[in-house]
Design a protein around this ligand. Structure first.
Ligand code: FES
Ligand code: FES
Length: 129
């Protein structure tokens, strides 16, 4: 299967690979798996007191499209509020990367990872307050 140039770029030069310290309360973690293929994506967001995402990291065990999707969203979420990040859709990701239909679920994984991380952050905030 032919990958688009943008997928290849993100796959060969993935942005923001890695992880933040788990015990940092400003870090939200979203971990999701794709039932279709068993790939796993972990996305971490560093959120400041204003609810703005300052930084992001990912680790993805999966195909090139999944890695490119997660790399892309780590760039997209930076500087966004949690509410803005919540609105990122897999369709936008798939369009930006020109993903073919069989790879759409890879972009869904990235959307789900953002939503899972935001849910984790809200849960942590709730637990503190
Ligand atoms: Fe094997 Fe995604 S299906 S890496
Ligand atoms: Fe399953 Fe890409 S995440 S093939």
């Amino acid at each position: 299967m032919a990958y688009s140039n943008k997928v290849i770029d993100h796959y060969e030069n993935p942005r923001n690979v890695g992880s933040f310290a788990k015990d940092d309360p400003t870090i939200a973690t979203g971990m999701v798996g794709a039932p279709a293929c068993g790939d796993v994506m972990r996305l971490q967001l560093k959120v400041n007191e204003q609810g703005v995402i300052e930084d992001a990291r990912f680790k993805t065990y999966g195909c090139g499209s999944a890695i490119a999707s997660s790399s892309l969203v780590t760039e997209w979420v930076k500087g966004k509020t949690l509410d803005e990040a919540q609105k990122i859709t897999n369709t936008e990701i798939a369009q930006e990367l020109a993903l073919p239909p069989v790879k759409i679920h890879c972009s869904i994984l990235a959307e789900d990872a953002i939503k899972a991380a935001i849910a984790d952050y809200k849960q942590k905030q709730g637990a503190q307050g």
